[in-house]
Design a protein around this ligand. Sequence first.
Ligand code: IMP
Length: 428
Amino acid sequence: MAIIIIVGAQWGDEGKGKIVDFLTRKADLVARYQGGHNAGHTVVINDEKYVLHLIPSGILHKNTVCIIGNGVVVEPSALIKEIEELKERGAKVSNNLLLSKNAHLIMPYHVALDNASEKSLGKKNIGTTGRGIGPAYMDKMSRKGIRVADLLSPEILMEKLNSNLKHVNFLMKNLYKSPVFNAKKIFAEYMEYGRKLKKHIADTDIIINDAISKGQNILLEGAQGTLLDIDHGTYPYVTSSNSTAGGACTGLGIGPSKITSVLGVVKAYTTRVGSGPFPTEIIGPIGEKLRAKGGEFGATTGRPRRCGWLDIVILKHAVRINGLSGLAITKLDILDGIDKIQICTAYKYRGKTYTDFPKEPAAFEKCVPVYEKIDGWKESTVGIKEFKKLPKNAQAYIRKMESLVGVKAYIVSTGKKRDELILLKEPF
Ligand code: IMP
C-alpha cells in the first residue's frame, strides 16, 4: 500500500498530468485536492492528446476510481463538458468519477468578479486565468460559499443565491459598473447541473479513507505548483489555494499520518505563466527556443509561458515545504542541443547572498541570480528509457540537480508520450 502526493515543485505546468497518468498503472484511486479548471493537465496516449482541467489524470485508466475532493472549486458546466468530451473519445466516466459534496462551486459572478478585479488592478494584475478561482475561494473562506451538496437542496441553493447576490450585485453596479446577476436564472442553470452531476456526488472523505483501510494504492494529485501556493508561493502572484503537499490532507480529508511519500514534479528548466517575479527568466533567443520546442503555451488559456533556467533556490524551498521524498524530472529532451546550460544556485540582493527562498518580496523581485554553467549535450534524448543511455552530460545534469536539492530522481521524462520516460525508482 502506498499513498503518494504528486505536487508541482515550481510555478505549475511541470508535467504532472503525464506523471500521474504513468503512476496510475499501479493505483486503485486518484484524487485531486485543490484548484479548479484553472489547471490544465496534458496526457498523450498513442499520439492522442488529452487536456484535463478538473478530472484527475487517472481517468484514462478504466479501472481506477477518480475523486474530485472537497478542496477543489468546481465550475459545474466545465466539469460536465469535460465528462462529455472524455466519453465521446471512449473514456469510461461513470461511477468511477466521484465529486465531493463539500467542494465549493464556482458561480457565474465569481468569473465576473475575477475579471473585473484584474481589470481594476491594471498593470499590477495577478494574471489570473479568469476562471473565477479567487472569488470562489473568497466566498468559501467568508463562509458564504455554495457547495456541491447544495445542488441537491433547491431551497438552500435559492436562499444562498439571494443572499450572495445582494452583495455581488452591489459591487457589480457601483464599483465595477457592470451588468448585475439574476438569482432565478442562475438557480435554474445550477439545478440542471445538479441533475446531470447527481450520480457522481458522494461522501468522498469516507470513500478515500475506506480505500486507505483496505490497503489500496492511492495518488493525490496537486494542481498548479509550490510557488503558486497561497501561503508558500510568490504572494500575491499566486493562486488561491494550498497547492503544496499539506493541501492534500485538508483538501481530501486524509490524516497526515496516512501519507507514505511525496513526489515533486520538476521541469528540467523553469516556466511561469501570469505576472510576478521570475529571477531566472531568459529574455532572448534561448527563452524563445525553449518556449517553441517545449510547447510552452498555457493548456488552459493558451498564453505563452515565460521560460527560464533551472532555479535551485526555489526547488530547495519546494523540497522543504512539501517534504519531498523524490523528484520526477520532466521535459529533459527540451534541453537537447543547448551548448551551455545554466543552473541558478543562489540570488544576490544588496550585497547579500540568498541560498534560501527570500520572503521579502523586494529581494525576490530584484535579485540577481548566481549561475553555475555546465556543458549541454548535442544528442537527442527523446524517448530514452534507460538512464545509462542518456548522453553523459545529460546524466551529469540530473545528478547535479539531485545533489544540489538533496533529493533523488525517481523518474526522468524524455518525451510527451506515456512510455517516454526513465524509471529510476518505483514510487509504489
Ligand atoms: P488563478 O488561479 O486563475 O487565480 O490565477 C492565479 C495565478 O496562478 C496566475 O499567475 C495564473 O497564471 C496561475 N495559474 C493558475 N493555474 C495555473 C496552472 O495550472 N498552471 C500554471 N499557472 C497557473
